[in-house]
Design a protein around this ligand. Structure first.
Ligand code: LLH
Ligand code: MG
Length: 382
C-alpha cells in the first residue's frame, strides 16, 4: 500500500467560542469560524483522517514530498523524516503539523488492520476515568469568575459523575489576573464544596515567579491538592527543580515546553517534575507520546496525558503504567460539551455516569466524521 495524495478541506461552521488576546478560549457571541479535515489517501482507497489544518505551503513543500509514494505503515520513519526537517523549518513545520500527519497515519493503520488504535498498539483497557478540566477564568456572571462560580461548577461536575476536577484559573487579559491569592481562593472554595476526598488539580497562570509558584504550592499542600501544572515558564527547568525540592505537592510537567521526548527525559533526570506530562498536540503525535509514556514507566513515574481527543484517549488505553485520568474539556457552565461539533456525528469521548470515558472500538481513531456537513460547508480544498 502506498500514499498517493494528502488533501486539506477547509469548511465553515458557527462557533460560540471566542479567543481572548492571550489565546485562551471562552464562551462568546456566535460567529462564523473555520475548521479543516486533513486526509491521507492510499492507492488501495484506504484513508486516514485528522481534524486539523496544514497550510498549503507546508503541505506542498514538505509533507507531500516526504509522504507520497511511501507505505503508510512506516510511521516511525516518516515521523523521523518530518522531525529532522524541523531543524531548518521550525517556523512552519511545527509539532502541530507533525501531530496532524501522525494522527492521520495511525487512523489509516488502524483501518488497514481493522483494529482500533489502542488495540493496534497493545491495549491495557477500554475506559479511563476523566477529570473535569475547566476553561480559564472569565468575567461572565455565573461563568468562571468568582470562587463561588468555581465551587458551583465543581458541584455540577460531581453530579455529572466526574471523579476529579481541575481548575484553570483567571489569566490576563482579565482584570485582577494574574493573582496567586485569587487562584488559591478559588481552589479553597472548590475543596470546601467537594470535601476532602476528591482529587483536585490546579493549572494557573504560566508565568508566575518562583516565590508566587511556591506560595501556590504551599497553600495547595494545605488544601490537599493532587497536583499543580505549569505555574512558571517551562523554559527554566531549574526553577522547576527548585520548586520540586521545596514542596511536597506533586508537580506535573512539562506541558508546553518544546523538545518532545528529549525535554521530558531531561526533566526526569533533573528532578524537575513528579508526574511527567505531554499530549499528542504538545509532542507531535501518538508516536512521540508513546515514547514519553514508556520513558515515564521506565522511571516508575506517573504520566498524566495533556488534553482530550481521540489520539490521547487511545494512548491512555494502551499505557502499561497507566495515566490516571483523561482530561475532559475544557468545560464551562455555559457550554454543552456533550453536543458533537458540527463536523462530527458523535463526540469522541463519551462519558458514563461513573465518570469513565469509553474509547471507540471502531477501526482507526474511531472518529465519526460528518462528511456531508463538510462538503455542504466547504470553503477551500487543496
Ligand atoms: O491556557 C489554556 O487555555 C489551558 O491551560 C490549555 O492549555 C489547556 O489545554 C491545559 O493547559 N490543560 O491542561
Ligand atoms: Mg495544563
Amino acid at each position: 500500500m502506498k500514499i498517493v495524495d494528502v488533501t486539506v478541506e477547509t469548511f465553515h461552521y458557527r462557533s460560540g467560542m471566542v479567543r481572548d488576546s492571550d489565546g485562551h478560549g471562552h464562551p462568546g457571541p456566535e460567529h462564523d469560524a473555520r475548521q479543516s479535515l486533513t486526509t491521507i489517501i492510499t492507492d488501495e482507497g484506504l484513508k486516514g483522517y485528522a481534524i486539523a489544518n496544514i497550510s498549503k505551503g507546508v503541505l506542498e513543500s514538505v509533507i507531500k514530498p516526504v509522504l507520497l509514494g511511501e507505505s503508510p505503515h512506516y510511521r516511525e520513519r516518516l515521523w523521523h523524516q518530518l522531525k529532522e526537517r524541523q531543524r531548518l523549518n521550525l517556523a512552519t513545520l511545527t509539532d502541530k503539523v507533525l501531530t496532524v500527519v501522525d494522527l492521520a497515519l495511525w487512523d489509516l493503520a488502524g483501518k488497514a488492520a481493522n483494529l482500533p488504535v489502542h488495540k493496534l498498539i497493545g491495549a491495557t483497557r477500554d475506559k479511563v476515568p476523566a477529570y473535569a478540566s475547566t476553561m480559564c477564568g472569565d468575567d461572565l456572571e455565573g461563568g468562571l469568575n468568582t470562587p463561588e462560580d468555581y465551587a458551583n461548577f465543581a458541584l455540577w461536575s460531581r453530579d455529572r459523575g466526574y471523579p476529579a476536577f481541575k481548575l484553570h484559573t483567571k489569566q490576563p487579559p482579565y482584570a485582577g489576573a494574574p493573582s496567586a491569592k485569587a487562584d488559591i481562593e478559588a481552589c479553597a472554595a472548590v475543596r470546601e464544596a467537594l470535601g476532602p476526598d476528591v482529587p483536585l488539580m490546579l493549572d494557573p497562570f504560566h508565568y508566575y515567579s518562583r516565590e508566587e509558584a511556591l506560595y501556590l504550592a504551599k497553600e495547595l499542600e494545605h488544601l490537599e491538592y493532587y497536583w499543580m501544572e505549569e505555574p512558571m515558564d517551562e523554559h527554566s527547568m531549574s526553577s522547576y527543580v527548585w520548586l520540586c525540592e521545596n514542596t511536597r505537592l506533586a508537580i506535573c510537567g512539562p506541558e508546553t515546553a518544546e523538545g518532545k521526548m528529549h525535554t521530558r527525559a531531561e526533566w526526569i533526570k533533573a528532578g524537575a517534575c513528579d508526574i511527567v506530562r505531554g499530549g499528542v498536540g504538545d509532542l507531535g503525535g501518538i508516536t512521540p507520546l508513546l515514547k514519553v509514556a514508556h520513558l515515564a514507566e521506565s522511571f516508575n513515574m506517573r504520566m498524566e496525558v495533556h488534553g482530550g481527543g481521540p489520539g490521547n484517549l487511545h494512548v491512555l488505553c494502551a499505557m502499561g503504567f497507566p495515566g490516571e485520568f483523561y482530561e475532559r474539556g475544557l468545560l464551562h457552565p455555559f457550554v454543552d460539551y456533550e453536543k458533537p461539533a458540527p463536523w462530527l456525528n458523535k463526540i469522541n469521548d463519551p462519558m458514563d455516569d461513573e465518570g469513565f470515558v469509553h474509547v471507540s472500538q471502531e477501526p482507526g481513531l474511531g472518529q465519526d466524521i460528518n462528511f456531508d456537513y463538510i462538503q455542504a460547508n466547504l470553503l477551500e480544498t487543496y
